[in-house]
Design a protein. Structure first.
Length: 709
């Protein structure tokens, strides 16, 4: 690789931030601490979060919307200190020819009072707040009107995120914009290198990098602003995709995989004689995709997406049987002990008529059992190992592990997954299954280097679950409904949220709820199980078993049952304080019912006062059972940063692109990256050296989060 770019001198953008005129050591320090701005590059990529039109003025009379921003022009006619010592504030009456509005300062009131003049025209910009039917503006920006000020007002003035500590150093949005003005004036063709090739720039009619960086902070027009956004988002997503697709390509090119080219007795015997039902077409298709992968001689890294109840377990089992047919062992890793045990029970039962050994390993496996298990794994006597992350521990050594299945994967960290790769002389095949669908854009970014299969069909005969949203006042109705269903022979889950920070309060809620249920559902007619995190594994198991055996009709639980539990006779899911759960969690929980032949129900209990987001979540749940649709709403509501599994993933490194909004740009960026790799897989052409260099440069500044193992 001879690249003239690789020898480039440190870039202008790598200059430490305190070199910028106007930023001394104190401001540099607070920029570093508050915004992680260390270099020019960090500052230039502190992109505006919105733009305001500073050429337009409202009249005071037009201030009608709470929390909206307004720009006014007028005079201060009176100032006054009001309130007692604690609530003391400066109130200035501001008038234009349509009316009067109060401007309020809580901090720096004394200084402000000295600064404000009468007989002077001001421009005021700020957020209107309605208080007792009247509007005021707290801490507005305020400037004396001058010809220069008017001339410099822009239709697209950038607004930046700031913090209290930054504001204290005069780095509010305005202060930050001033720093960016100083910086962008220094940018030129020499110190800002283009990072995309001429071909890409032409193909997508992109602004140059230099132009885009200037326009994003100080747009000359709406068109240029939009083009700058497009260019910067495209670039950001393009390199993420190029990196992912390239690592996929490299895996296909060089990582040897165990060849599973036989379909033998284990698979055939099970498939032909012991399969409890016909596979759905989607299951068949996915099993075939997996078979092709594992026979290819390359290591498989495949993601299987499927909605709750789409039958992922069976797909996993068939894949594991293929491993066994080819002389390998397989393991299945689940995120909780309950789920591991349940997989163990299901799979043991399915394989019962066959001569295969399945073992279970969890955190609570006893030392003696473990010793036997370790021996069985090392001798190859155990064919399938099922367990929790206890499987990862170094002491767990296989004779010949060929396939790792990771179920409900969002609970596992990247590092944990990586460790599984080291369990054989070359990496075993890896099959990852999601708990619920994840949005397309997120899948492309989080798992963009994996091959993907989608089970987009539910087994036949599933009746859609009816979801209802009840408020506290309808609790009597809920109890009546539960009794009706229990009388029909059904079982009911009642789930309480458990969020760590408020754990104590949550347990109180759980216990109070449990007591209330005991009151409404008295023995001997009714029996209630309870499962939560404070019980020992043994106690949990005991309570689960009572419910499974139908000795109890109601299971009160925290979210420990969220993932994977399969009890077909349970047909009612009551979710308490449903507003405190995220959408994917609600969908997961609802997926615990609707597994048998009976009509199933999900009841979302909430308080009266719901925010707009919570309302939308409840409405979405009531409206649809489609996990793919729900995941898209979830992404729009929460943004990628809050979705499960994204925290350590690097999705958070995105500075300008937004996976909830920029799906189209993402698709363009991905297909562009794919087209380039199709033509030049090693990026060896002269032109593509630029891309290699960019990948290397970015690689230095970010951890390789996308690599699984
Ligand atoms: P998930 O995809 O949520 O992990 P499971 O694998 O637990 O779903 O399957 C849900 C239920 O559907 C199980 O009871 C399973 O036995 C059943 N099931 C799976 N595949 C089929 C099929 N092809 N036909 C009928 N039932 C099926
Ligand atoms: Mg499952």
């Amino acid at each position: 690789m001879c690249s003239n770019f690789a020898e480039m001198t440190p870039s202008f953008l790598d200059t430490p931030i305190d070199y910028l005129k106007g930023i001394g050591p104190q401001r540099a320090e607070v920029l570093q601490k508050e915004l992680f701005v260390f270099t020019y590059k960090d500052l230039i990529t502190h992109y505006p979060f919105r733009y305001v039109d500073r050429t337009h003025f409202h009249s005071v009379r037009e201030v009608v919307e709470d929390s909206a921003y307004y720009q006014l022009r007028g005079h201060i006619i009176e100032i006054d200190f009001v309130g007692d010592k604690r609530t003391k504030r400066l109130v200035a009456k501001f008038r234009d020819n349509s009316g009067i509005i109060e401007l309020v300062w809580f901090q720096g009131a004394k200084w402000m009072a000295e600064k404000l003049k009468s007989n002077t025209e001001y421009i005021v910009y700020g957020k209107a707040t309605s208080f007792m039917g009247r509007f005021n503006m707290a801490h507005p920006e305020i400037d004396i009107v001058t010809p220069e000020l008017l001339a410099n007002q822009s239709s697209f003035q950038s607004v930046y995120n700031s913090t209290e500590k930054l504001k204290y150093r005069n780095l509010d949005s305005d202060g930050i914009r001033k720093c960016l003005r100083v910086l962008t004036l220094q940018l030129n063709e020499q110190n800002i290198q283009e990072s995309l090739t001429k071909t890409i720039i032409q193909d997508f009619n992109l602004l140059s990098k230099l132009e885009a960086l200037k326009q994003i902070h100080f747009p000359d027009s709406k068109v240029l602003l939009e083009r700058a956004k497009f260019r910067l988002k495209f670039e950001e997503l393009f390199f993420v995709q190029l990196r992912l697709l390239r690592s996929n390509l490299i895996r296909h090119q060089i990582t040897q995989g165990f060849v599973f080219n036989k379909v033998g007795d284990a698979f055939n015997d099970f498939y032909n004689h012991h399969l409890p039902f016909q596979l759905t077409n989607a299951q068949k298709r996915v099993v075939k995709e997996i078979r092709v992968d594992m026979g290819s001689g390359k290591q498989m890294s495949r993601l299987v997406q499927g909605d709750v109840g789409s039958g992922k377990t069976l797909v996993a089992l068939l894949s594991m049987l293929l491993a066994i047919d080819n002389g390998f062992q397989a393991c299945l890793m689940a995120p909780t002990e309950i789920l591991a045990k349940q997989h163990f029970a299901t799979i043991s039962e399915l394989l019962e008529p066959m001569n295969l050994k399945v073992a279970l390993l969890t955190g609570s496996s006893k030392t003696k059992a473990r010793r036997e298990l370790h021996a069985g794994l090392e001798s190859g006597e155990i064919h399938i190992l099922i367990g929790t992350h206890a499987l990862i521990e170094d002491v767990v050594v296989f004779k010949n592990l060929g396939l790792v299945v990771i179920d409900e994967q969002h609970r596992f960290g990247v590092a944990q997954r990586g460790k599984m790769h080291k369990k054989n002389i070359q990496p075993p095949h890896v099959l990852i299954m999601t708990a619920t669908p994840i949005p397309r854009t997120l899948a492309m970014t989080l798992y963009g280097d994996l091959d993907t299969s989608v089970i987009d069909e539910l087994p036949p005969g599933r009746k859609p679950i009816t979801t209802m949203h009840f408020m506290e006042s309808q609790r009597l109705r809920l109890i009546g409904f539960m009794k009706e269903q229990i009388a029909l022979g059904r079982q009911v889950y009642v789930v309480y949220p458990l969020i760590q920070e408020s754990e104590k309060m949550d347990y109180q809620n759980l216990e109070r709820g449990y007591d209330a249920l005991l009151h409404d559902f008295q023995p001997p007619q009714y029996q209630i199980s309870i499962v939560h995190g404070k019980l020992t594994a043994q106690q949990k198991e005991f309570e689960m078993q009572r419910f499974i055996k139908h000795e109890t009709q109601i299971m009160v639980a925290t979210t420990v049952i969220e993932v994977g539990v399969n009890i077909p006779n349970a047909s009612v899911m009551v979710i308490e304080s449903a507003e405190r759960f995220g959408l994917s969690q609600l969908h997961q929980l609802r997926g615990r019912v609707g597994r048998g032949a009976d009509k199933s129900y999900c009841v979302l209990m909430t308080s009266y006062k719901l925010g707009a987001d919570s309302k939308l979540r409840m409405e979405t749940m009531v409206r649809t059972n489609d996990g793919f649709e729900i995941s898209e709403v979830d992404l729009k509501l929460r943004g990628p940063g809050d979705l499960d599994g994204t925290q350590q993933s690097g999705v958070m490194d995105l500075k300008i692109a937004d996976l909830a909004q920029d799906g189209q740009i993402l698709s363009l960026a991905r297909s562009s990256a794919q087209a380039i790799l199709n033509e030049d897989p090693n990026l060896s052409s002269q032109e593509n050296q630029l891309l290699i260099h960019q990948l290397q440069y970015q690689g230095k500044t970010r951890s390789s989060w996308s690599k699984i193992g």
